[in-house]
Ligand binder design. Structure first.
Ligand code: ATP
Ligand code: MG
Length: 419
């Protein structure tokens, strides 16, 4: 026998036992998005490598070490499995000129790929639901994004997710701050780890985000961007806070929140939980007013966020969430030559009446079929023997909870299922 082949490390199967949870999540998300008037966009999973380098930024974890990039064997093109959705979404909007005369509220859902060290809540293929609002410049859109996520947590029954916000200001404010920050870090060069030293001149803001305990105290004392924000960003940030207060959404300003992608400016936010260990960020986003232009479009403001589906599902499970049962309404059991003949039509009739039906396939004794009916999670077994078939009838046996088995004309089965 040949050796079995395993899934690629860090890439998971979604097995049928997990489907009810995933489906509940996806359906809840679709309804929720409809409630806010967002439209779905789907983009290819593979894009030109250049798209991500240009948008996410050369000196970021993603571009430096996490991308699955390869050369197309036939034409030598440099391609990458998408590590996130914003760049592709903006690329598509620009390519199809979707911002021509109207702003857009868009969403997407699907797999993303990053070559990270696999651990709980961190995979090499993972899923995101993301939202991008393009062509909106006011804090009202930032507030909408935060308010809508707060609603989603309620719909999913999630507690213990806390909101952190910050403002990264304008590119100019950030450039001034960057110089201050480099000077500060240079004064503390003895505390900087290898990663920080490497980033000192290329991406010093990211050093604020370090998880190294030995650097925490030093980083705490660093100058704060919020203290040197440009006036417009400060006003935007204050207005956003007023809107959050009016909506009764508690938040904490985290001046060290900088996000790992270069395209952000002004508002950034994260929803974090302490229940998932180190992988506590379940949703993150912010404003990226220069990205559309950077990708070759006519300048337009934009903001968005993405959430990690696996982390949200883990949080739901951690809180004991039980997805609704996904058994069919009826499982059709049939034994005997004539019964076998009518069963398929009967199952179709049940479906015509608007119910889900699983038709037993593969034969077997009455007893073994009833076992399968029970295991399917069906509400009712619909039983046909040659006897019933002769008489144009079937028996309806409740499988969950109370109730007697009744024998009724086949035409009345749907009514029985309704009751
Ligand atoms: P982290 O700091 O945890 O690496 P990130 O800043 O790289 O997160 P984003 O690029 O902002 O993450 O992606 C948005 C969300 O997608 C994250 O908040 C997280 O919930 C989820 N996510 C990111 N990377 C992974 C991964 N490798 N596995 C599972 N979920 C992930
Ligand atoms: Mg990351």
């Amino acid at each position: 026998m040949s050796k079995t082949i395993q899934a690629v490390r860090g890439m998971n199967d979604m097995l049928p036992a997990d489907a009810p949870l995933w489906e509940f999540f996806e359906e809840t998300v679709r309804d929720w998005l409809r409630g806010y008037g967002y439209k779905q966009i789907r983009t290819p999973i593979v894009e030109s490598t250049d798209l991500f380098v240009r948008s996410i930024g050369e000196v970021t974890d993603i571009v430096e070490k996490e991308m699955y990039s390869f050369e197309d064997r036939l034409n030598g093109e440099q391609l990458t499995l998408r590590p996130e959705g914003t760049a592709s979404c903006v690329r598509s909007v620009v390519q199809h000129n979707l911002l021509y005369n109207a702003p857009q509220r868009l969403w997407y859902m699907g797999p993303m790929f990053r070559h990270e060290r696999p651990q709980k809540g961190r995979y090499r293929q993972f899923h995101q639901v993301g939202i991008e609002s393009l062509g909106f410049d006011g804090p009202d859109m930032d507030a909408e994004h935060i308010i809508m996520t707060a609603r989603l947590w309620k719909l999913l029954g999630l507690e213990d997710v806390a909101l952190e916000i910050n403002s990264l200001g304008s590119a100019e404010a950030r450039a001034n701050y960057r110089a201050q920050l480099i000077a500060y870090f240079e004064q503390h060069a003895d505390v900087l780890d290898e990663d920080a030293k490497r980033r000192l001149h290329s991406n010093p803001l990211r050093i604020l985000d370090t998880k190294n305990p030995a650097m925490q105290a030093m980083v705490e004392g660093a100058p704060k961007l919020i203290d040197v924000l440009d006036e417009a960003s400060l006003k935007h940030f204050e207005q956003l806070q007023q809107m959050l207060q009016a909506a009764n959404i508690p938040y904490r300003i985290n001046t060290r929140l900088v996000r790992g992608l270069d395209y952000y400016n002004a508002t950034v936010f994260e929803w974090v939980t302490t229940r998932l260990g180190a992988q506590g960020t379940v949703c993150a986003g912010g404003r990226y007013d220069s990205l559309i232009e950077q990708i070759g479009g006519k300048p337009a403001p934009a903001c968005g966020f993405a959430m990690g589906v696996e982390r949200l599902l883990a949080l739901m499970q951690d809180q004991g969430f039980e997805p609704p049962a996904d058994g069919p309404d009826a499982y059709v059991v049939h034994v005997g030559e004539l019964a076998d003949k009518v069963a398929m039509t009967l199952a179709e009739d049940i479906r015509n009446a608007g119910f889900n039906a699983v038709l037993h396939c593969g034969g077997g004794s009455f007893k073994s079929q009833m076992k399968k009916a029970d295991a399917s999670g069906a509400r009712y077994a619909v039983i046909v023997g040659d006897d019933e078939a002769q008489a144009g009838e079937a028996s309806l046996k409740p499988l969950r909870g109370e109730g007697e088995q009744v024998r009724v004309p086949m035409a009345q089965i749907a009514e029985g299922l309704r009751g």
